[in-house]
Design a protein around this ligand. Structure first.
Ligand SMILES: Cc1cc2nc3c(=O)[nH]c(=O)nc-3n(C[C@H](O)[C@H](O)[C@H](O)COP(=O)(O)O)c2cc1C
Length: 104
């Protein structure tokens, strides 16, 4: 279903990418999506605004930073505007406010 997922992402104005912190990093399914986009002639530009929800049981800052780094690079590579990451409820609320401003 890779092509289907990519088409949906291309059509979307806003994409919320969700990942648990698994083994100090983004989870395997999210990494697989990014890996399959890389050097793929079918995936040139995805566009839209990208938010990341990245939840762990007790992640250290470097783990979150590493995930954000990868997702930010991914966004840049595929013409998406990276809007930020939430790893707890307070941060999610802030991101939700940014999403509301998208709707206005
Ligand atoms: C295989 C596995 C690896 C995990 N590794 C980490 C980790 O490195 N750091 C962390 O903060 N949480 C880790 N967790 C916890 C998950 O991030 C957490 O279970 C997930 O965000 C879902 O939250 P919940 O269990 O409260 O529903 C791990 C969980 C599993 C199952």
């Amino acid at each position: 279903q890779f092509d289907e997922v990519i088409e949906r992402i291309k059509q979307a104005d806003v994409v919320v990418l969700g990942s648990p912190v698994y083994w100090h990093s983004l989870c395997a399914s999210v990494r697989t999506l990014m890996e399959r986009c890389y050097m793929n002639p079918k995936v040139d530009r995805l566009g839209g605004r990208l938010f990341l929800v990245f939840q762990g049981a007790g992640p250290e800052r470097w783990m979150l930073d590493a995930g954000v780094y990868s997702v930010e690079r991914f966004a840049g590579m595929y013409g998406m505007t990276y809007e930020g990451m939430a790893h707890n409820a307070a941060e999610a609320k802030k991101l939700a406010n940014a999403l509301d401003s998208v709707r206005e």
